[in-house]
Write a protein that binds this ligand. Structure first.
Ligand code: FES
Length: 147
């Protein structure tokens, strides 16, 4: 049992040090326990890629519109752009006479390659990869679009 004031001061500091050490240990232990939960909450599963096959030949217009994308034959190679407007998500239409992709909701306009011409959309259209399938003779038999 401390008898002098100096001994009481040292004892008080020791208690305070032990108390703070226990508090920090408690905080560290709590973080250790909830870290798996935080990791679980922030974990997102990437969707599996979806493959859509489009039969060849494409129409004479040179494009094929599906629900989620528009496939263009292109001069050199085919290319695919999303049909979902980058403004609020309406489904886009390709206007063949004007050679633009237009949104029916607020009239955002894009080039066939998905580059923004006029808003209110602020971003270009996403593009998807397309693989050309050929027969043994070298003629195009179809296209596989990866979404
Ligand atoms: S949703 Fe396409 S311009 Fe608004």
């Amino acid at each position: 049992m401390p008898t002098t004031k100096a001994e009481q001061g040292v004892d008080g500091q020791r208690r305070q040090f032990l108390s703070r050490s226990l508090q920090w240990a408690g905080v560290c232990f709590s973080l250790l326990l909830i870290s798996p939960l935080l990791r679980f909450l922030g974990y997102t599963v990437k969707p599996k890629p979806r493959y859509v096959t489009v039969a060849a030949p494409l129409p004479l217009s040179g494009y094929h519109a599906e629900r989620d994308f528009i496939l263009f034959a292109g001069d050199d190679e085919p290319f695919v752009v999303s049909r979902t407007c980058t403004h609020l998500g309406c489904r886009l239409n390709f206007l063949e006479d004007k050679q633009i992709i237009e949104c029916p909701c607020h009239q955002s306009r894009f080039t066939p390659h998905g580059k923004l011409i006029s808003g209110p959309a602020k971003k270009n259209l996403p593009t998807f990869t397309v693989e050309t399938k050929k027969t043994d003779e070298g003629t195009i038999s179809g296209y596989v679009v990866t979404l």
